[in-house]
Design a protein around this ligand. Sequence first.
Ligand SMILES: Nc1nc2c(ncn2[C@@H]2O[C@H](COP(=O)(O)OP(=O)(O)OP(=O)(O)O)[C@@H](O)[C@H]2O)c(=O)[nH]1
Ligand SMILES: [Zn+2]
Length: 187
Amino acid sequence: MSQDAFSEKDWRRLIASFGEDPDRPGLVETPARVAKAWKHWTSGYQQDPVSLLKAFEDGAEQYNELIVVRGIPVYSHCEHHLAPFFGKATIGYLPNGKIVGLSKLTRLVDCFSKRLQVQERMTIQIANALMEVLEPKAVGVVIKCRHLCMESRGIRTPGEETITSAMLGELQPNLGLRTEFLALARD
Ligand SMILES: Nc1nc2c(ncn2[C@@H]2O[C@H](COP(=O)(O)OP(=O)(O)OP(=O)(O)O)[C@@H](O)[C@H]2O)c(=O)[nH]1
Ligand SMILES: [Zn+2]
């Protein structure tokens, strides 16, 4: 993406196009603030999901049960309207000799959510990255979000939640494991 996308001049023009006076005191600093904010909201493009997941073996020996982290915050923007969608993610995996620092799961969500997204793609990207790096027996991801493009405009359905999931490896054929993961993931 070119740096021009973040230029203050463009945001100033956009504000003027709303019928506002960009020189009004309350708006003078807004183009710079918005440019900075969008740099943050799209910073996931600069992160490499594989290198942020530092897998290790020490501590994984004899641990053969699911590892589940839930309540991971998700703040993203839909690629159709650039409107926020936000909610919580749950990630679980069944290790196969390699584990990862728990905070890295939150960092992984952050990396994919700070891009223009659809919830389905983000869900599978998170699951695929874990499969690639940890080579676990199974990975499960459940994401529950509210989409402001649906709540504040368009269909206008306040409070509606969208739930997506990805189940890879043994979570696909093993109904018992899937049930256990979903029970651990439940709020
Ligand atoms: N599948 C999916 N759809 C999404 C997501 N975020 C937003 N959308 C949908 O993207 C669609 C875009 O539809 P369009 O018909 O091209 O755009 P629109 O006229 O603004 O649609 P409305 O929102 O129905 O007014 C809408 O149905 C949104 O609800 C997402 O994460 N996943
Ligand atoms: Zn949208």
